[in-house]
Design a protein around this ligand. Structure first.
Ligand code: ZN
Ligand code: ZN
Length: 290
């Protein structure tokens, strides 16, 4: 399982938005090598330039999976648009970026991307309208016209408009072959992206992860450093237990084990009852003899 954080997760406590690219914060997100993925969350052109000019190439070399969250800017087919995409292209030359996450509602002209279609783009589900089917249809239309885009499934985004996540299956039906990354976090109105370990009522967001082979980025916002470890452990443990209960082979194995356990307890209680009877018999025998 490839699980890790977005480097933007400390945004509620960072003094500067550039802190996310520091060596110290990267170390925290590594969790001694247990977190295998990192999302480089860039908000603007300055962040992109900072990554290119000031961040050491080796800073992310211990991660197996690096993705880039593209800035949320109006993407138009003009000088500015090409400037941003050229910087992203250079970042992909500096690091082995496996996925570039884009918000489709930020794109004004899709033709801009044709010159950069060899880069690993994906579109994230953004619920700017309440109707989930409309969101699915919009994504479908873009994928049909520009098939080089993959899909990043943000389960928290879906949760905000649909707390029971009943449309999860529709997304899998339509886009499972394009799925390259998951985003998870809880929903907290003040922070937007909250920590899941504080919100067990929102476990449905973790349950929405059906393909454990797809990298998972934790986009939870943290208000102190210790929460990184707590969130990682919580999500890791929940994911494992959900996988155990949904995987058909494991499900069968668990059922067999449960049956066996039951038989064993029955056997034990029968044996105890038998031992008690023998003891009783011995006692009365003893009484009789005396
Ligand atoms: Zn996003
Ligand atoms: Zn996201």
């Amino acid at each position: 399982m490839i699980l890790g954080f977005s480097n933007g997760d400390f945004y509620p406590i960072n003094d500067s938005s550039f802190d996310r690219f520091s060596v110290e914060q990267t170390e925290i997100f590594k969790l001694d090598g247990r977190a295998r993925a990192i999302e480089l969350h860039v908000s603007n052109k300055k962040h992109l330039k900072h990554l290119l000019e000031n961040v050491d190439k080796d800073q992310y070399s211990s991660f197996d999976y690096i993705s880039l969250h593209a800035p949320t800017k109006n993407y138009q087919n003009n000088k500015k648009g090409h400037e941003v995409l050229t910087l992203i292209e250079k970042i992909c030359q500096k690091w082995p970026i496996k996925n570039i996450v884009l918000h489709p509602d930020e794109v004004k002209d899709w033709e801009l991307f044709l010159d950069y279609k060899d880069l690993p783009w994906s579109l994230e589900n953004i619920h700017n309208v309440k109707d989930v089917d409309v969101v699915i249809q919009e994504l479908k239309a873009i994928f049909q016209k520009y098939p080089f885009f993959k899909f990043t499934f943000d389960l928290q985004h879906l949760y905000i408009v649909e707390p029971d996540l009943q449309s999860v299956r529709k997304f899998y039906q339509e886009f499972s072959d394009r799925l390259v990354e998951y985003h998870i976090s809880s929903y907290e109105p003040e922070l937007i992206h909250g920590a899941l370990f504080k919100n067990s009522k929102q476990n449905v967001i973790i349950k929405g992860v059906h393909n454990i082979n797809v990298p998972i980025i934790i986009e939870s916002a943290f208000v102190n450093v210790n929460e990184v470890e707590k969130e990682f452990r919580y999500i890791n443990q929940k994911l494992k237990s959900y996988m155990n209960s949904t995987n058909p082979i494991r499900k069968k194995r668990n059922r067999v084990l449960a049956d066996y356990q039951k038989r064993l307890t029955n056997l034990k209680s029968k044996q105890i009852a038998m031992a008690q009877k023998i003891l009783q018999a011995k006692k009365s025998n003893f009484n009789f003899n005396n």
